[in-house]
Ligand binder design. Structure first.
Ligand SMILES: O=C(O)CCC(=O)C(=O)O
Ligand SMILES: [Fe+2]
Length: 204
């Protein structure tokens, strides 16, 4: 089976205007998302990352893998991650997403939500090595899950977006400065989901 990625930019769908946020959403950026899901699930070296929660070290509620160029070392939740090398699928997706976003991504955080019991808590992707106005490009495969975005000081400014399989969601500009995002648990979803967030990390 071959995996074709289009050269042309995907069709962007309008999103509600949120002051201080720069967002783009293309619900069908990647064709045949189920085949990509199976390939990513099998090809990525999934790990149980430890995170710090209220001062205690616990297993994060999902599986993850940090992948990128050798110098793209990332500190997340006070843990230093040295990247795994690019896999063929992740390299092909990086090239397509970099072209569509006009941004030179050198790394990707891969997350596997094994079921609706797995989640990601409220955070902004504002680590210093991402720079002041990072472009973060997110691809989703498998189960549809709700992605929520909320302004840090004004909770009336928010977005609740079901991320479709094969979709591309981009956060840029000052989004991380002014907003947090999460992926809540849900009892309604039993199926797994893979999410890839492509990032540009300053070499350390
Ligand atoms: O799974 C998602 O859609 C969100 C992932 C995320 O926020 C992150 O990797 O920083
Ligand atoms: Fe994030």
């Amino acid at each position: 089976m071959t995996f074709e990625l289009p050269l042309a930019a995907p069709a962007w769908q309008p999103l509600p205007d949120l002051p201080g946020a720069t967002l783009r959403y293309a619900p069908r950026a990647i064709a045949d998302p189920d085949a990509w899901f199976a390939r990513l699930r099998d090809e990525i070296a999934w790990e149980r990352h430890r995170i710090r929660l209220y001062g205690r070290e616990v297993d994060s509620p999902r599986l993850s893998s940090w992948v990128g160029d050798a110098d793209a070392v990332y500190t997340y939740s006070r843990t230093r991650f040295v990247p795994h090398p690019w896999t063929p699928a992740l390299g092909a997706l990086r090239d397509a997403v970099s072209r569509w976003c006009g941004a030179p991504f050198n790394s990707v955080l891969c997350n596997l939500y094994r079921s609706g019991a797995d989640s990601m808590g409220w955070h902004s992707d504002a680590e210093p090595e991402l720079g002041p106005e990072p472009v973060i490009a997110s691809l989703s495969f498998g189960a549809v899950r709700r992605f929520r975005l909320r302004h840090k000081r004004d909770a009336s400014l928010s977005l609740d977006l079901p991320l479709a399989p094969g979709s591309l969601f981009v956060m840029a500009g000052t989004t991380q400065t002014h907003y947090r995002h999460d992926l809540p648990k849900t009892a309604r979803v039993a199926a797994p989901r893979v999410n890839l967030t492509f990032r540009a990390i300053a070499a350390s």
